[in-house]
Structures are given as C-alpha cells and as structure tokens.
Design a protein around this ligand. Structure first.
Ligand SMILES: [Zn+2]
Length: 139
C-alpha cells in the first residue's frame, strides 16, 4: 500500500518539492527565477499564497497594474497548475502555456493561458498573456 504523502509545506506549483526549496527561493529569497518557466510557476505560487508584492515586482513595468488586491472578494482558491508547453526562449522573449485550476464561489474553473515573458536587466518579467477560450460545457 502506497500512501501519497503531501506535506503541508509542499509548493503549490505541484513540483513535489518543499515551498522553501522551490518557488519560495524566488518569492521570499534573493534569487530571481532563472527561466520564464520558473518565473511562471513562482507567480502561480504567489497567487496561491497571496504574495502580491512578488507578483507586482515580477510584472513588466509596461503592463503592470497599479495595484493588485488578492484579498478582495470573491477570492479564488487555487487548486493546481499544469504546464502545457514551455518552448525554449527565443532571445529575450519566452512563452509558457498552462492550465491553472481554481475554485471561485464554490465553482471549479480552469484558466488556460499562454503567458509571455521578457528578459530585461538580468531578470525575467511577466509581460502579458492570451487566455484560451474555455471549452463549451456539454449541453
Ligand atoms: Zn514551486
């Protein structure tokens, strides 16, 4: 019998690693995410953990919102992240396609997005993203 052990400190990005050894290194630590994919995962984790300052700090100045209130209701509960595609960076740009699942007001949703990232001043920043339309539910 194999019991799947998921410790409380497991990183929300689903890596199976401890938060402190995974996205926590970028969110709470001094390191900046080495790749667009690592940044994308850490930003998902920051949403899941309510790390607003990190989200704003890793958002490109040209597209960053003035303010971000993650505590505002209704507040989504993030359930999991699935990386669909993370092609190698092309020069200073990279994209990551993912599906993030969350619950809002008791209903399950999935966000399918291709995010764009840009490398500037030695760091990756989130630029913007295209949301893929949700599949129509069966009638
Ligand atoms: Zn992580």
């Amino acid at each position: 019998m194999r019991k799947k052990h998921k410790p409380d400190n497991a990183c929300p990005c689903g890596s199976g690693m401890d938060y402190a050894d995974c996205c926590g290194r970028y969110i709470d630590g001094e390191q900046s995410a080495p790749t667009a994919l690592a940044l994308m995962k850490s930003r998902y984790t920051a949403y899941a953990r309510g790390a607003q300052a990190y989200l704003l700090a890793t958002w490109h100045a040209g597209t960053r919102p003035q303010d971000l209130d993650l505590a505002a209701a209704p507040r989504p509960v993030w359930l999991g992240l699935e990386i669909i595609a993370a092609p190698p960076a092309a020069g200073d740009g990279a994209s990551v396609e993912f599906v993030a699942r969350y619950k809002l007001c008791g209903r399950a949703h999935r966000l399918h997005e291709t995010s764009r990232f840009v490398f500037e001043q030695g760091r990756w920043f989130y630029l913007d993203g295209d949301v893929h339309p949700a599949r129509k539910p069966a009638a």
